[in-house]
Ligand binder design. Structure first.
Ligand code: DAH
Length: 344
């Protein structure tokens, strides 16, 4: 029995010395030390031994078991260490590598300018109104005193969807919608920002889609001087306190009288430069006293109420404020352009 144990030990140690990986080691552990292994079997057979032999063989069996266990343990320690090392190597992070900066989004310059204009008018007691971009011919033209055969419709080539529905060419239809909604109540003091659409060929100063802000005030005793004071206040907050305006007679079907409003050139302060074509003035908006016909169609008695209205192109206001030379920059989303407005 002693020889059998010795042989078992030799065999086990030899097999263990050739072990190549964790799995083989596990298999050998089960093979030699497991419940069904030869060592267990030998120990089970000890009952048949004599009382003198039993402790001797028992000692040998324990030694053999200890020797095998020691080798397995040693191998196991090596595999555990290797595994840890491999995992650490695989998970290694080089903290000295430069990081990838995350891209930061920002408010689009047009949205910024709209917000700025809204803030100025909200400060004067206005509220913001909105209307649909797909509009009825009635609101876009008819109720603004532009009947079907009116020559002024030629000023605006339109995208028609049906005979009666089109992409709005201006934000002025919100004037009529607001009057209808307010049903004769005063005062009305609204501004309306939004997209408008025209069949223009796109170039540095034209776009088939652009942004307007409409203003409308209706109350008793609203006068032209109120319009002028309001617009002066607006441009001085927008372009600086030294900014001046001038009103030139003009024509819009929905206002009478109508004016074109110029602002003193923000670039040269009025002394004349390339931006203002040496005139010192830049045209920024159209305005006027709401036409009695428009008041009437909106449900307001022109004998009792008067009002003023104005409309401006947001892109143009922004271009003049920031010296942007091409309107298309606003829509092409070139990050080199957009990034310049991160901190303005
Ligand atoms: N809707 C005009 C346009 O698109 C701008 C305008 C001019 C609006 C005079 C007004 C106004 O409200 O009174 O050219």
């Amino acid at each position: 029995m002693k020889e059998r144990l010795e042989a078992l030990k030799q065999e086990a140690l030899q097999e263990l010395s050739a072990v190549g990986n964790q799995q083989e080691l596990n298999e050998l552990r089960v093979k030699y030390l497991g419940k069904k292994g030869p060592l267990t079997e030998v120990l089970r057979g000890m009952g048949a031994l004599s009382a003198e032999e039993r402790p001797v063989i028992g000692q040998v069996a324990n030694d053999v078991r200890a020797a095998i266990e020691a080798v397995i343990e040693e191998k196991q320690a090596t595999y555990t260490r290797l595994e840890t090392e491999n995992r650490l190597r695989a998970e290694m992070i080089d903290v000295t590598l430069p990081g990838r900066p995350s891209q930061q989004g920002a408010v689009h310059p047009l949205s910024k300018v709209i917000q700025e204009i809204e803030d100025i008018f909200i400060g004067m007691g206005y509220t913001v109104a909105e209307g649909p971009e797909v509009e009825q011919d009635y609101y876009n033209f008819e109720a603004l005193n532009l009947p079907k055969d009116h020559p002024a419709r030629d000023m605006q080539d339109s995208f028609y969807i049906t005979e009666e529905i089109l992409m709005r060419t201006q934000t002025s239809p919100v004037q009529v919608r607001t009057m209808e909604k307010r049903k004769g109540d005063v005062p009305i003091k609204i501004i309306c920002p939004g997209k408008v659409f025209r069949r223009d060929d796109d170039d540095a100063t034209h776009s088939h889609m652009f942004t307007q802000i409409e203003g409308l005030v209706i109350d008793r005793n609203v006068r032209m001087s109120d319009l002028k004071g309001t617009l002066l206040q607006f441009v001085q907050e927008m372009y600086g306190p030294e900014t001046r305006i001038r009103l030139r007679p003009s024509f819009f079907p929905f206002t009478e009288p109508s004016v074109e409003v110029d602002v003193s050139c923000a670039m040269c302060k009025g002394s004349g430069c390339r931006t203002c074509k040496q005139t010192g003035w830049l045209e920024i908006l159209g305005a006027g006293m709401v036409h009695p016909r428009v008041l009437e169609m909106g449900g307001y008695d022109p004998k009792e109420y008067t009002g003023f209205a104005f409309g401006m192109g947001v892109e143009r206001i922004a271009m003049l404020k920031y010296g942007i030379e091409d309107i298309r920059h606003f829509y092409t989303n070139d990050l080199r352009f957009l990034k310049q407005f991160l901190h303005v």
